[in-house]
Design a protein around this ligand. Sequence first.
Ligand SMILES: [Zn+2]
Length: 323
Amino acid sequence: MKALVNFFGIEMSAGPSFWTRMGIKTSFGIGIGTSAVLWSLGSFAQLAPNATPYEKIEAFVAQVAQTHPETTKTIVIGDSDSGRPIVGLKIGNGPLKNLVVATHHGNEYGSTEVAKAVAESLAAQPIEGQTIYVIPVLNIGGYNRGRREESANGRNWDPNRNYPGPCATEGPFTLKSTKALADFVDREGIVSSATLHTAYPAVLYPWGISSRDLTTAYDAIFIKLAELATAVSGYEFGNSTEVLYAADGTFEDYAYWKHGIWSLLYELGESMSPSQSQIAEMIRVNVPGIRETLVQSQPARAVDHSFTGRCDVFANSLDRHDE
Ligand SMILES: [Zn+2]
């Protein structure tokens, strides 16, 4: 509940000048001074005072596309159970298609802010030969309420346990958002993905499932990518089962298992309710690494990506559902 008070307490008590400051701060943090003016005078000026957190994300997405029309377009990946479509940005025009997604967990607003900074960085300076899709918030209902889970048909689901997986799942696809994202990566032929979460300073790669057989055919490549990702942050890296806990039904393992997508999960920072200065630091140490893993991303999906190990259902009971 701490995150809820912190996040919404700031917003509701601060008024319009808060957003002016936020715009300046965010833009300053990634070195794009002029966008602060557009931010405060443009999109946010059109927002109703009682705009929801997600309406502010929609305004942000529109503002980035307006500021960089030559590189950036808004996209809709599909519907969500909140009733609002899931929006994002398509940045660049290259043939290699990669993906950055934040906020599977609605309370992890620190991950949202890092995704926004990644989008601004890429829109200002796209990566040669690539089209990168950035989706700041997948779980719209949870983000509006400051809650981890997403609701559908009267039940709460953990979105990052909602994909099919080689050992188990808590879904699959009981949420429109997870189905929309799965259809999107299939339709667009996504090759590499970065998913953003809070909070534990680590970068994780497959397998993170309930098994003791956790090596992939490509651990050397995943380690190289994780070293690039953590070059500035100094975060720990490895698979989720060993670094955090086993988690079945995550996007990362699904994307690799189903398609051979090179998927990295970033557990950003050390707080589930980061302050503005902590968010600025998360942006400072992670945006360069996220960019570099994209710059040096693989040219095609992994080929040998099936899971051939044994599942260990006991390990699943160690899933804390808190990151
Ligand atoms: Zn999370």
